[in-house]
Write a protein that binds this ligand. Structure first.
Ligand SMILES: Cc1cc2nc3c(=O)[nH]c(=O)nc-3n(C[C@H](O)[C@H](O)[C@H](O)COP(=O)(O)OP(=O)(O)OC[C@H]3O[C@@H](n4cnc5c(N)ncnc54)[C@H](O)[C@@H]3O)c2cc1C
Length: 455
């Protein structure tokens, strides 16, 4: 089993559930990248995968498993997308009108390219050539075989458990066991390397015990929900509690997961925006979302007008990014749009875990109180909404903030330019890149745009 879930996302407009993909737009560079944009750490992202799949179904209609095999053959067995990557890709292509999926034999779906798909492919002809010829840098190449096999075994076991259990208590039990295993591995002394020469051993860097961020992918599912409660949590934050039987199997394993919200658009396509599941309860069948109030936009307009009984369609989460429980402290930084993820993370961290938050809001009455057993140190910055695109209000206090000893995970989300400046500052201070996650949750002057993973 291989899993090429993308590590990073990029700026998007429209399109469903785009974390980790670049939308493969014809006006972008390879795989949809903007010219001069940064390169992903993984060899292929979802934008690339969409092009590969389109190219293969342009040759002939194909099933998902055939596509996996064909891509694997194309890359000499070095790379094969997982079903968790292929099927959401097919759904995305169908949603975008680039492919049709025809149900066959009960579950299997035959994918066929549409006219729009052929045009898209033609517009990206150079990109697809680049993808086929690009030499795959296998990020797992250097891992010893027994470790790969063990990792695959663990992934299979987790997937099979997730397929059988949808109850929150079950999920908590499963994640507790995984976390315990991660702690045990992390606590191992550096592994001895029998094949290393006598001089090599002391110089060898310690091996990474476990991936810092593990991605989980879920079947995409749309749910039609009803507003149960709608109220101002603070002057600039609207809390909406949604309910519906369809939440019975809702899963969100990561505090910074997102769901896609669908609003009526001016044309045929709906407007889509990303929001964090602030809280959910599968027994009570409720999902809580917090909407930062800003000047304009369909999501904000909808939240302002929302009343009990209103409907809202949501999609996802398509995946969760779970950070390994190996950190001594957490630093969570962001603006109003990051507060739902910051609050959820602070509340989900274990008792006594050190967590420092630095959040920007318009005024003292917009500060929030998080119910947590973690050792929480909150810093609030007050600045008007008009300064939400200025990094200075958050950068200044961050510069003065002493970071604790030990290993810390830094998480940042704000307007893209602000998030980038904050990330750069932490990098300059020597914080390891792989021990932080920075996202542009919105992009100034650009509706429905985000940069989910800044490199
Ligand atoms: C993974 C992820 C999770 C997110 N979670 C949340 C969440 O839980 N709660 C939340 O409130 N937001 C969240 N956001 C941000 C939210 O998706 C954006 O703010 C979104 O653009 C709002 O949609 P809109 O329809 O109101 O405005 P849009 O139509 O998208 O934008 C209209 C204009 O407003 C600007 N704009 C967008 N957002 C803001 C803002 N916050 N302040 C000032 N100007 C803005 C845009 O640049 C554009 O010019 C999240 C984003 C991501 C990527």
């Amino acid at each position: 089993m291989r899993d090429e879930t993308p590590e990073r996302g990029r700026k998007r407009r429209g399109g469903e559930e785009r974390e980790g993909d670049n939308g493969a737009r014809p006006d972008r560079g390879p795989g949809g990248r903007r010219p001069g944009g940064r390169k992903g750490r993984r060899p292929f992202d979802y934008g690339d995968l969409r092009l590969m799949v389109l190219a293969l179904i342009a040759e002939a209609p194909r099933h998902g498993y055939e596509l996996i095999k064909l891509i694997e053959q194309k890359f000499g067995g070095h790379y094969a997308p997982s079903p968790g990557a292929i099927y959401p890709t097919l759904t995305w292509l169908e949603d975008m009108g680039l492919a049709t999926l025809e149900q066959q034999d009960g579950r299997r779906k035959l994918a066929q390219i549409t006219e729009a798909g052929r045009e898209f492919l033609q517009a990206n002809a150079g990109n697809i050539e680049d993808i086929w010829t690009r030499k795959r840098r296998d990020y797992r190449r250097d891992a010893p075989r027994p470790i790969l096999a063990a990792m695959d075994g663990l992934k299979e076991a987790i997937r099979s458990q997730l397929a059988q259990h949808d109850d929150r208590a079950d999920l908590a039990a499963i994640s507790a066991r995984i976390e315990a295993a991660a702690r045990q591995v992390a606590a191992l002394p550096p592994l001895s390397r029998p094949d290393a020469g006598p001089e090599a051993a002391p110089e060898s860097p310690p091996q990474e015990a476990a991936p810092i961020i593990t991605r989980h992918r879920f079947e995409t599912r749309r749910r039609l929900l009803t507003v149960q409660e709608a109220y101002r949590l603070t002057p600039h934050m609207i809390r909406i509690v949604l309910g519906g039987e369809e939440l019975a199997d809702f899963i969100s394993l990561g505090a910074d997961d997102h769901v896609k919200l669908f609003f009526p658009g001016t044309g045929e396509a709906p407007e889509m925006r990303d929001y964090t599941p602030r809280a959910y309860d599968t027994e009570a069948r409720t999902l809580t979302l917090d909407f930062a109030v800003h000047q304009a936009g369909p999501a904000t307009d909808w939240a302002i007008a929302a009343r009990p009984g209103d409907s809202l369609q949501i999609g996802g989460p398509r995946g969760s990014a779970v950070v390994a429980p190996v950190f001594d402290w957490w630093l969570l930084i962001g603006d109003e749009t990051a507060l739902p993820a910051i609050g959820r993370r602070a509340e989900e961290l274990g008792a006594g875990t050190r967590v420092i938050t630095l959040a920007a809001v318009p005024g003292p009455e917009d500060e929030q109180h998080f119910q947590t057993q973690a050792a929480l140190e909150s810093h609030w910055v007050h600045r008007p909404e008009a300064l939400a695109t200025d990094p200075a209000p958050l950068l200044r206090p961050l510069r003065d903030l002493p970071l604790p000893e030990g290993r810390g995970f830094a998480w940042i989300a704000a307007e893209a330019g602000v998030a980038r400046a904050l990330r750069d500052h932490l990098l300059e201070r020597g914080h390891p890149r792989e021990e932080m996650k920075a996202a542009g949750y919105w992009i100034s002057g650009d509706a429905a745009a985000s940069d989910k993973s800044l490199d």
